[in-house]
Design a protein around this ligand. Structure first.
Ligand SMILES: [Zn+2]
Ligand SMILES: [Zn+2]
Length: 276
């Protein structure tokens, strides 16, 4: 199983970090988890052509996690060959159907232009949306996905995905603070990928709207404590707030190290991790 951090940034724009999105791949199955700013550029950089995506998992409907979903859907559609029967399943919490329907409505004029222009393009963008709830289990290709609740209140519902290829399990936790349901989902997993904020740095920024983010994101320390409780082998930090200058991720790892003895991964966009 291979995990790629496509985008490690946050809503705060950073020229070096795309918005939140990750890949989990095993065998011939490749899942995209969230679709933040610039996801298509990073997907191509990771060597994955959009039509080869097996599915998309959405942790929650905050804009930074979905703002370039329309680009993924359009590119999947127009790059698929003539006669392609491939479809793109999208799994997300309640609200995802309305979001995708609205997105396709936004793309309506473009869809009409392309259908009228290309004789070999005859069908609407081939997306299937599934709204999932904690406890649900889904299968996409060779990967099994178990859904767990996260605590990102007042954003609700929000979910984490435990993705297994039968050999290795990774939990893609998304945003949120530590909670029992995430702990349960993590039991026995190999790797845990968590959005993290440096609360020590954010507290220094005198902007009320930034202070608001402190109460619904895990700090580096909290993520490390969650990883230690679950006894996972590997903690992966991503979606950094504030964005570390390139090459300074080691500070974040050092903060996590005080609470977690396992492997800790943090890095730039396109950082990859193989679970063997
Ligand atoms: Zn969020
Ligand atoms: Zn976020």
């Amino acid at each position: 199983m291979k995990i790629t951090l496509l985008g490690t940034g946050s809503p705060i724009p950073d020229p070096n970090r795309a918005g939140p999105s990750s890949l989990v791949a095993s065998g011939s199955t490749t899942l995209l988890v969230d679709a933040g700013r610039g996801v298509i550029l990073r997907l191509i950089a990771a060597g994955v052509m959009p039509p080869f995506l097996s599915g998309i998992l959405i942790t929650h409907l905050h804009s930074d996690h979905i703002c370039d979903l329309n680009d993924v859907v359009t590119t999947f559609w127009v790059m698929s060959g003539p006669g392609s029967t491939a479809r793109l399943p999208i799994y997300g919490p309640p609200g995802t159907k309305r979001m995708v329907a609205s997105m396709l409505e936004m793309l309506g004029e473009d869809i009409t232009y392309r259908l009228n222009h290309h004789d070999d393009l005859n069908d609407q963008p081939p997306v299937d949306v599934y709204e999932i709830a904690p406890g649900d289990i889904a299968t996409i290709g060779e990967l099994t996905i178990r859904v767990g609740a996260t605590d990102h209140r007042p954003v609700h519902p929000s979910v984490a995905f435990r993705i297994s290829d039968g050999q290795r399990d990774v939990v893609m936790a998304g945003d949120g603070v530590p909670c029992d349901t995430l702990d349960e989902l993590l039991v026995g997993a190999d790797a845990y990928v968590q959005t993290v904020i440096r609360d020590d740095l954010v507290k220094l920024i005198p902007v009320p709207r930034l202070q608001d983010i402190l109460d619904y994101h895990s700090s580096v320390e909290q993520a490390a404590q969650t990883a230690a409780r679950a006894n996972v082998a590997t903690l992966v930090l991503t979606h950094y707030v504030p964005s570390p200058a390139p090459g300074t991720e080691a500070e974040w790892v050092a903060s996590a190290r005080e609470h977690f003895a396992g492997t800790i991964v943090a890095g730039p966009d396109l950082t990859t991790l193989e679970l063997n």
